[in-house]
Ligand binder design. Sequence first.
Ligand code: NAD
Length: 298
Amino acid sequence: MPEQIGFVGLGIMGRPMVRNLMKAGYSVTVYDIVSEAVEELASEGAIPASSSDEVASKTDKIITMLPDSADSERAILGEGGVLAGAKSGSVIIDMSSIAPSMSQKIFKECANQGVEMLDAPVSGGEPGAINATLAIMVGGKQEIFDQCYDLLAVMGSNVVLTGDIGAGNITKLANQIIVAANIEALSEAMVLAQKAGVDPERVFNAIRGGLAGSTVMEAKAPMMLDRNFRAGFRIRLHQKDLRNVLQTAQELNVPLPVTALVQQMLGALVNDGEQDLDHSAILHFLEKLAHVEVKKGS
Ligand code: NAD
């Protein structure tokens, strides 16, 4: 009999992750507050459930993939949540990007009921979820990680335990600092080249192989040059991640001046109605300051 997996949160990331689990032979019971998402996956072979506690009562490993801390708290600890239905010895794997302190809070409540938990946020976006090439950063006990490794490896190509519970989300926050600061620096460089009358596409081609080159540059410079800001990763989700970075940094007394600055830029873009554009639209903030629009061939 195939192993029974539960999955709560069937958004941009959750849906393709469920498909990869089914492709690998797992039987997956699914729930989302949006019933169309449940119906869509049920039509492809998933088992529909009508609540998170129902998912947990029918499975031994339950994955959650939700937007933010409050959503994970509600879906796992809230009324009708995963913990209410979970059996003693079950494992909850929260793959949402949330505040590490919330992962630790959820872990404690689960432990009180004999339920295990890992925090396991991901990087790699929708393409990584579709192609099962996500980087999965895990926090929790070694033996629980070992029990869940094969399951996680179905959804990602790099699954790493970085420490105790919360360490997965600390790792994800570290990732988000680097990505945000890189996009901001790339935007400044593009705007400067444009204003100086030097074709920003030529600048990109000249520097991409040097020390300034990066995965971020390879992914985001072409989007900026094509003026294609259709979301892979939304401004509002990156704003949420940097909020969690700054909250965690404050708890630990760690000043993060550049992250704080980029967080303000993201806030300004949200005010301009750009919350659902790709985070490469940080460029717009710098363009407005310089009164210039980056375009190739100029
Ligand atoms: P999404 O908003 O598309 O999906 C979240 C889903 O959770 C929605 O379908 C929503 O209806 C559901 N949901 C919310 N509250 C619920 C509840 N209480 N019970 C059941 N379902 C509930 O978000 P996403 O893009 O899939 O992202 C999920 C997480 O992954 C976020 O933390 C995000 O930061 C992270 N992430 C996203 C990307 C990306 O590129 N989209 C990349 C890496 C990490």
